[in-house]
Design a protein around this ligand. Structure first.
Ligand code: CA
Length: 232
């Protein structure tokens, strides 16, 4: 796949120009919206393959844009751009439906690597759905074919990233993984910046949704000094 359309939502002209230059050099088509309302209108009209979404915009916030697009059924990947570290907690905590985030300042190389990983994952999975594979651990069933987790037969509402993390860990039960290994395997990139917190937050959400006692998890176990493993 080449020439994917990326909608860049960024109100600072100089930043936008720099990103546009870098993305165009990599073969992407870049559309530019400088406000939240413009981003909504352009997404509806142009159906971009991916959104780069700054949180701080002059009218409505990037959070509002993300929430609104997801509620309208826009399924394409959204990469949130945060100005400060504290905003990361909000991106992760609100479950807005963003696929990933980057904290300013970031290198063009890091951005391109994230964009490529998101596109590969989004369109690769659509093109080749997971095999019809079910993993069963007592009351927990992970249905890779239907992208669904069931607890006591009831579907559990997981975000796509939570599901991918759970499926990866459960496919390799008992094996401990570092946060960096999980980022590479589940998010799909080598990160230059620490994304450990993203792993921790997703594990915490998974425990809250799946475990009978999230403080004493049965399945999603912390391995001290290493990271996490799935205990079958
Ligand atoms: Ca901004």
């Amino acid at each position: 796949m080449a020439g994917e359309r990326i909608l860049m939502v960024e109100d600072e002209r100089a930043v936008a120009r720099g990103l546009e230059y870098g993305l165009t050099a990599e073969g992407f088509q870049v559309l530019w919206a400088s406000s939240g309302q413009a981003a909504l209108a352009m997404t509806r009209r142009e159906a971009p393959h991916l959104l780069l979404l700054d949180i701080r915009l002059p009218d409505i916030s990037g959070f509002d844009v993300c929430r609104q697009l997801r509620s309208e059924g826009f399924r394409q990947p959204i990469l949130m751009i945060t100005a400060r570290d504290e905003e990361v907690d909000k991106v992760l905590g609100l479950e807005l439906g963003a696929d990933d985030y980057l904290v300013k300042p970031f290198s063009l190389r890091e951005l391109i690597s994230r964009v490529r990983a998101l596109l590969r994952r989004a369109y690769g999975e659509l093109a080749a759905p997971a095999p019809d594979q079910r993993l069963v651990f007592g009351p927990l069933t992970i249905d890779a074919g239907r992208l669904l987790a069931l607890r006591d037969g009831q579907p559990v509402d997981l975000t796509p990233m939570e599901f991918r993390l759970l499926r990866f860990l459960a496919t390799n039960p008992g094996r401990p993984y570092s946060r960096q290994q999980l980022i590479e395997a589940v998010w799909g990139y080598d990160s230059e910046v620490g994304s450990d917190r993203a792993v921790d937050v997703h594990v915490r959400h998974l425990r809250q949704k799946l475990e009978a006692d999230p403080a004493n998890p049965r399945w999603l176990v912390t391995v001290r000094g290493v990271g996490y493993k799935f205990e079958p």
